[in-house]
Design a protein around this ligand. Structure first.
Ligand code: CUA
Length: 160
C-alpha cells in the first residue's frame, strides 16, 4: 500500500475540483452564453481583394436582403488605419450579418455594447450576426494592435 501524505491528498482533490469547475464554466459559456470559437467563414486573396469579389469598393457596405435583414461587407486596412465603410445606418430591429476582412495585416472588429468581437486576418473572412434592438450609436473599433494608427481605427453603426 502506497502511503500518500495528507497534504498531497488535499492538493490532488483540489486539482480534481478545479478541473470540474473549469469544465463546467466552459460548458456554461458555450451553451448558455452562446460563446463561439472563431472560425473563418471563407478565404479571399488579399492581393486581388479590391478588384474582384465581395470586397470591391462597389460592394462594400450594407445590402438589404429583406425588410430588416441586412448584410454588411467591411474592409479593415492599415495606412491609413480605418474601416471601409466608416459608417453604417440601419433601422431599429435590424439583423445585420457582418463579413469583414483585411487587405494587409491583422486587425480586430469589436462592436461596443454587443457580443461581437472578431479577429480580422488578411486572406480570411470573419462573419458574425447581430440584431440591433435599441436605437443609438454603436462604435466598432479595432481590438488587435495593427501599427501606429491602431488607436484611430474605428467606425460607427447608427441605429434609428
Ligand atoms: Cu486595425 Cu488595430
Amino acid at each position: 500500500m502506497i502511503h500518500i501524505h495528507a497534504y498531497e491528498k488535499i492538493w490532488m482533490a483540489l486539482t480534481v475540483v478545479m478541473l470540474v469547475v473549469f469544465t463546467t464554466l466552459i460548458g456554461v459559456a458555450a451553451f448558455a452564453n452562446g460563446f463561439q470559437v472563431p472560425v473563418p467563414y471563407g478565404r479571399v486573396d488579399p492581393n486581388t481583394i479590391k478588384t474582384t469579389g465581395s470586397f470591391t469598393d462597389a460592394n462594400l457596405g450594407l445590402h438589404e436582403l429583406a425588410p430588416g435583414k441586412f448584410e454588411a461587407y467591411l474592409l479593415a486596412q492599415a495606412s491609413p488605419w480605418r474601416y471601409y465603410p466608416g459608417e453604417l445606418s440601419v433601422p431599429v430591429g435590424s439583423t445585420v450579418t457582418f463579413y469583414v476582412t483585411s487587405s494587409d495585416v491583422q486587425h480586430g472588429f469589436r462592436i461596443q455594447d454587443t457580443n461581437i468581437n472578431l479577429q480580422i486576418l488578411p486572406g480570411q473572412i470573419s462573419k458574425a450576426t447581430y440584431t440591433f434592438t435599441k436605437a443609438g450609436s454603436f462604435n466598432y473599433l479595432c481590438g488587435e494592435y495593427c501599427g501606429v494608427g491602431h488607436q484611430g481605427m474605428f467606425g460607427k453603426i447608427v441605429v434609428k
